[in-house]
Design a protein around this ligand. Structure first.
Ligand code: GDP
Ligand code: IMO
Ligand code: MG
Length: 430
């Protein structure tokens, strides 16, 4: 019966894919409710490594129904490529359902993403260039193309024409690019229709029926709290609702049906792209975290910015998402440090902030106030219980649990499926 929401508590890449995969054998449906192929989730099963972008990570679990919800933006070419690659590796993808109301990323969205970033110059967001922002902008502007439109050529043509009417002026007159051709774009999209059709469903109805039938549903966020369009470090955010509220609007279930909200959080912090990051490191420690943690983007290959654990952000994520559980990942990466600093509050021009400043300038100027904890040197990747960890690693976890606003229910000690310490059951009724 439980409906479990899983979100990123920082700036993404916390290990949501691994956490979802961990629960895979116990859930009936895994629903992606926001974002698109800007996401990059690595799941390691035995010696096999999978990189997923648009598909929910639950697709790797036998028997799970993976669902692309209405809140997602779908690049259909990428969808087919990802499905083909999985089929080639023997993964059964036949149960996938795609919401008829999900919006479509077209070639002109990808073009606009790239040219607007170039035009922004030093104000750029550092997007993944996948067309995410322009596709969501069209959705909000009521100029979007939805999956259902692909099954009516006349309507599709009309909508593409409407969407391109203004954009082509922009492309040609402002951005000095070629206009997109209405017929060509329509044909390109129509060519996907036959293959897509059997996957398309009324997913809000399917999901509510599944809940009525006592099934277990996991709602898996792309991106993270600090990249959320409302609650993140605007404008350096993605264009969707990556927090727990997005699971409701992006899937069509009511908020009263959600039992628990898991926040996935690294034992340190990373960020890709531009924007403020108070605990960012520019020294050898930062490079050490990047190297040891393999902090390079799954989607764009960019080196991730690295920094210490920030409990102000953890408390903020706990609050905004109503977290019931934390999954702390990559504790193993901190092994081998003399001291491990944890940010407990910010100093903004002499004033102490224990909670996230409401004022963007204050956040941009926030200097971390650290407490230093003693490190550990032992290899912890074989730990399967908290007691297996060195005393200093246990103390580190207790410290961050006490100041992060939610209980720690699991701890990652390596990338593999079994490299995890269970603490509390992650699937529970409210
Ligand atoms: P996601 O976008 O939140 O799913 O995270 P990514 O897959 O982009 O990045 C997380 C990376 O950390 C992946 O390469 C995972 O295989 C890896 N990972 C996840 N949990 C752990 C952990 O506990 N320890 C280590 N060393 N790596 C982990
Ligand atoms: P997962 O799901 C980390 C960042 C981009 C950029 C900003 C906007 O793997 O955690 P967009 O292309 O979405 O318009 O880019 O958001 N970003 C991510 N950073 N992990 C992600 O996904 C991200 N998806 C987008 O780097 O700063
Ligand atoms: Mg990622």
């Amino acid at each position: 019966m439980p409906a479990v929401v899983l979100v990123g508590a920082q700036w993404g890449d916390e290990g949501k894919g691994k956490a979802t995969d961990l629960l895979g054998s116990r859930v009936d449906y895994v629903v992606k409710f926001n974002g698109g192929n800007n996401a990059g989730h690595t799941v390691v099963i035995g010696d096999e490594k999978y990189a997923l972008h648009l598909l929910p990570s639950g697709i790797l679990s036998e028997g799970v129904v993976p669902v692309i919800g209405n809140g997602v933006v779908v690049d259909i070419e990428v969808l087919f490529e990802e499905l083909d690659a999985l089929v080639e590796r023997g993964v059964d993808v036949s149960r996938l359902l795609v919401s008829s109301q999900a919006h479509v990323i077209t070639s002109y969205h990808r073009t606009l993403d790239k040219v607007t970033e170039r035009f922004l110059g030093k104000r750029r967001i550092g997007t993944t260039g996948r067309g995410i922002g322009p596709a969501y902008a069209d959705k909000i502007n009521r100029l979007g193309i939805r999956i259902a439109d692909l099954f009516d050529p006349k309507i599709l043509h009309d909508k593409v024409e409407g969407s391109l009417d203004q954009k082509n002026h922009l492309l040609v007159k402002v951005y000095n690019r070629r206009a997109a051709d209405v017929d060509a774009v329509t044909d390109e999209l129509l060519a996907y229709a036959d293959r897509l059709k059997p996957m398309v469903a009324n997913t809000p109805l399917v999901l509510n029926n599944a809940l009525d039938a006592g099934k277990t549903l996991l709602f898996e966020a792309g991106q993270a709290t600090m990249l959320d369009i409302d609650h993140g470090t605007y404008p350096f955010v993605t264009s969707s609702s990556a927090t727990a509220g997005g699971a409701v609007t992006g899937s069509g279930i009511g908020p009263t049906r959600i039992d628990s909200v898991i926040g996935v959080i690294k034992a340190y912090t990373t960020r890709v792209g531009e924007g403020p990051f108070p605990t960012e490191l520019f020294d050898d420690s930062g490079e050490y975290l990047r190297k040891t943690g393999g902090e390079y983007g799954v989607t764009t290959g960019r080196a991730r910015r690295t920094g210490w654990y920030d409990s102000v952000i953890a408390r903020y994520a706990s609050r905004i998402n109503g977290l019931t559980d934390l999954v702390v990942t990559k504790l193993d990466v901190l092994t081998g440090m003399d001291k491990v600093p944890v940010c407990v509050a910010y100093d903004v021009d002499g004033e102490r902030f224990d909670e996230m400043p409401d004022d963007q300038s204050a956040f941009h100027h926030a200097k971390p106030i650290y407490e230093e904890l003693p490190g550990w040197w032992e290899d912890i990747s074989g730990a399967r219980a908290i007691e297996d960890l060195p005393a200093n690693a246990q103390a580190y976890l207790r410290f961050i649990e006490d100041i992060s606003g939610s209980r720690i229910s699991a701890v990652g000690v390596g990338p593999r499926r079994d490299e995890i310490i269970p603490v509390h059951d992650l699937i529970h009724a409210r």
